[in-house]
Design a protein around this ligand. Structure first.
Ligand code: 5IU
Length: 260
């Protein structure tokens, strides 16, 4: 018999990490475990998508370095949209350098990611210094970090002992690390949130190594908490209707788990 699942609300109560607590609360309130990966190169287009899809998601995932017209005004508008629709912003920056360098990449440059992204992620290749560097400013600003424990792409080297090491690093830095980017549950600790990219209904992959699972497979079988969907929504004929479809598919899978 499967052990009883905790609800998002119960997990929010258990969390001491401010961003994890907030995200679980949003997931409960909005009835959404859907993150939208808005991988477009125009800031105007990104903002339009964020406003259209915002009501159905708990989290918006960005790649701000692909924008051709990034500006401070864009940041202000994005923050306003996130507030309007009650979602968090996750910049998928994948920091992967020594602590001192990632700290500068986090707070300075053109993007000043720490100023506006509630959540960022990091590769663990450099060792725990990457987390220590980011957490220097991330913790005082009440930001969160996800460690990349696994990837969705074909031939990924993030497997086995590497993945186990990510869990250990998360446990040792839980004041800043709130969970994982992964392809399945990595720990039973209910305070850590598991997010999976590589989610699409009816797709198996792309020509460049991406591999897809359905929302139900990710939530029911692999036990991830948040499904991250990009092109499944972006390239749909009706992105809003399709986002609703993913929201329902993801949340229904979660509710079936919690009722068991
Ligand atoms: N992304 C992955 N796989 C990973 C990680 C990040 O696909 O393992 I870490 C990103 C890349 C892209 C989004 O921004 O998630 C997935 O987009 P599609 O749903 O369009 O494949």
């Amino acid at each position: 018999k499967q052990k009883k699942m905790l609800t998002y609300q119960q997990r929010a109560a258990l969390c001491t990490h401010p961003v994890a607590k907030r995200l679980f609360t949003i997931m409960h309130e909005k009835r959404s475990n859907l993150a939208f990966s808005v991988d477009v190169t125009s800031a105007t287009q990104l903002l339009q998508f964020a406003d259209d899809i915002g009501p159905y998601i708990c989290l918006l995932k960005t790649h701000v370095d692909i924008l051709e017209d990034f500006s401070q005004d864009f940041v202000t508008r994005l923050q306003a949209t996130a507030k309007k629709h009650n979602f968090l912003i996750f910049e998928d920056r994948k920091f992967a350098d020594i602590g001192q360098t990632v700290l500068k990449q986090y707070i300075s440059g053109l993007y000043r990611i720490c100023d506006w992204a509630h959540i960022v992620n990091a590769h663990i290749v450099p060792g725990p210094g990457v987390i220590h560097g980011l957490s220097k400013v991330g913790v005082p600003k009440e930001r969160g970090c996800l460690l990349i424990g696994q990837m969705s792409s074909q031939g990924s080297l993030a497997t086995g002992e590497y993945t186990t090491a990510a869990v250990k690093m998360a446990e040792e830095n839980s004041n800043f690390v709130m969970g994982f980017i992964c392809q399945g549950s990595l720990t039973d600790d209910p305070r850590f949130i598991h997010m999976a990219p590589g989610v699409q209904l009816g797709g198996s992959g792309d020509q460049l190594g991406q591999q897809y699972n359905s929302p139900a497979q990710m939530v029911t079988e692999k036990r991830v908490d948040v499904i991250i969907v990009g092109r499944g929504i972006l390239n749909a004929e009706d992105p809003v209707a399709t986002a609703k479809l993913y929201q329902h598919a993801g949340f229904e899978a979660y509710e079936n788990l919690s009722n068991n």
